[in-house]
Design a protein around this ligand. Sequence first.
Ligand code: INI
Length: 157
Amino acid sequence: MTVHHGRPDGTGRRFALVCSRFNDLIVTRLEHGARDVLVRHGVADDAIDSLWVPGAWEIPIVAKAVAETGRYDAVVGLGAVMRGATYHFEIVANHSAAGLARVALDTGVVVTNGIVTVDTMDQALERAGSKAGNKGADAALAALETVDLLHRVTSDS
Ligand code: INI
């Protein structure tokens, strides 16, 4: 039996971070967390591009466009959807998550989801670098591992 695991080695890899400005207090921290994890795992700082969109709703279409360029090994969606901010919380949260999943399957490019969906600003802050970790860093690490695993199982060697 062979067990395969992805190793989070980012040497020579390129990443796009698609970030929403809505709730940018949170998303800026997610972006820093993602960038920090990527650089600490060997990704060159100039091999990470951050693209800022108005809100989480707009993340999937830009993720699709950057995935289709073929320039990136993975795309990480980063955003913060908060129930208190609008009655259409569910619509924005569901669209952004489903959209990212679809981009990954349609393009074959690794896309991970670092969009926090929470009830309150306190819950968002907890997930943006305090007691519940940093969901941007988690999504970046998931991207590194998945890129490596796919490379192993799809390469000839
Ligand atoms: N966008 C977010 O990223 N987070 C939110 O909490 C949010 N709320 O609550 O409304 C939000 N709305 C904007 C949305 O993403 C689009 O930018 C907008 O609807 C224009 O298409």
